[in-house]
Design a protein around this ligand. Structure first.
Ligand SMILES: Cc1ncc(COP(=O)(O)O)c(C=O)c1O
Length: 411
């Protein structure tokens, strides 16, 4: 058994955070300063110096194997050289010109060729841009206002996760993988629902037939079926969850992995539904910029032409198998969950204090060993990782389990 690890030197992160707390509301009033949003208090870095491939270096010089990957925007690896070169070429020639650039058409052609059901695309910048556009198009298309949604869909009024500053919304949700709870929403609001908008899954995959039944239910009630593929898109397969689970939505939204970290998103759908885009207001100054489009073109081309997504899946399977073995062997209540491309370790002790003690001890150990895992959000695998990286991560999680066992007084 290896010796227990020592705390990381994090003074550079702490100094910058103290400066930020006086001037930067993004950090001072949300993000890292409020206990609510901290990972493991005082143990995680806040500021990065650089990132390359599967690794991140913080401002104190600590190196981490990165399983957060900018919340899933990185699929190939940080600073992928092919994507960087494509962006550099685009910006050398000017990328914010009012007039559209060729790359927009090339990207639209590529997107329609790889996404099931995508006859037309509308390019935007953020994930929230795209899901909000989907809601507006659905409302205009059906002449209805109400939305049923599931999962995290962004920060705009109709899907904000905290009530502050948000007027009443005609939006409700339901229990995932529970068709009866979805049916109840449609029955409670007959003829009022514009769309069912949902992530295809978050951690647990869909029960067999669940997505198909959800789509049928929406259609039976005259609503559009919209999939939010922000996390699954361009990660679990080239055609996303639609391809993986054999379901086709009326509208689908993508962002994150589609451009390996650059800010771009897209709303796609059939020509019949996407035509409604012409009747509504969706637009933002930066939507025309070509640099992120060049990044998306270079990213998706690599995903299409190389076995990188197979590699990501195989590494995720290796990670999940190892985690499952560790969780099964440990007296700590925890289970390996998620799809291979987005694995997670869920602590399950019904005693909340014991759960928090085990979780904090586990993640303190893994971060000290240089593995950047999120305690409250599923993780991501990227193409720059290797089997050796996964073995390294599993050594850290094994030590994490030992630390959690010690924190709970086992052995
Ligand atoms: C499933 C899903 N939908 C929508 C969003 C919103 O995207 P953005 O944060 O780019 O606005 C996110 C972001 O995490 C997401 O995970």
């Amino acid at each position: 058994m290896s010796a227990s690890s020592t705390p990381l030197a994090l003074s550079g992160s702490r100094d910058l955070l103290a400066r930020a707390a006086k001037v930067d509301a993004t950090l001072a009033y949300s993000g890292y300063v409020l206990p609510r949003d901290r990972l493991v208090d005082g143990e995680y870095p806040v500021f990065a110096e650089r990132a390359s491939g599967a690794h991140v270096w913080d401002v104190d010089g600590n190196k981490y194997l990165d399983f957060i990957l900018a919340y899933g925007t990185i699929i190939l690896g940080h600073a992928d050289p092919v994507v960087s070169a494509a962006v550099a070429e685009e910006i050398r020639d000017g990328f914010a010109i009012t007039l559209r650039k060729r790359v927009q058409v090339e990207l639209a052609e590529l997107l329609t060729s790889v996404i099931p059901g995508a006859e037309r695309v509308f390019l935007l910048k953020s994930g929230s841009d795209a899901t909000s556009a989907a809601v507006r198009v659905s409302r205009a298309h059906t002449g209805r206002e109400r939305v049923v949604r599931w999962g995290y869909n962004g920060w705009h009024d109709w899907c904000a996760t905290r009530p502050g500053g948000v007027p009443a919304q005609a939006v409700s949700t339901f229990t995932y993988n529970d068709l009866a709870s979805l049916e109840a929403e449609f029955e409670a609001h007959p003829g009022e629902i514009a769309c069912l908008l949902m992530m295809p899954f978050e951690v647990e995959p869909p029960a067999p037939g669940f997505l198909q039944a959800a789509a049928e239910l929406a259609h039976a009630h005259g609503a559009l079926f919209v999939l939010d593929e922000m996390r699954s898109g361009f990660r679990m397969s080239l055609g996303g969850a639609q391809e993986k689970y054999g379901v086709t939505a009326d509208l689908v939204t993508f962002s994150k992995a589609m451009a390996n970290g650059y800010p771009i998103s897209v709303l796609v759908g059939s020509e019949r539904v996407m035509r409604t885009v012409g009747e509504v207001h969706i637009g933002s100054t930066f939507h025309v910029n070509g640099a992120e489009m060049a990044a998306a073109l270079a990213t998706i081309t690599q995903l299409r032409d190389t076995p990188v997504l197979k590699h990501v899946e195989a590494l995720g399977e290796q990670f999940l198998r190892g985690l499952d073995g560790q969780a099964t062997a440990s007296p700590v209540s925890a289970e390996a969950v998620g799809v291979p491309q987005m694995p997670f370790l869920r602590f399950t002790d019904p005693d909340e204090q014991a759960l928090a003690r085990a979780r904090d001890a586990f993640y303190t150990e893994t971060i000290r060993r240089g593995v950047l895992l999120h305690p409250n959000h599923h993780w991501y695998i990227c193409g720059a990782m290797t089997e050796k990286d996964i073995a390294t991560a599993l050594e850290a999680t094994a030590a994490g389990f030992r630390a959690a066992e010690a924190a709970l007084g086992h052995g």
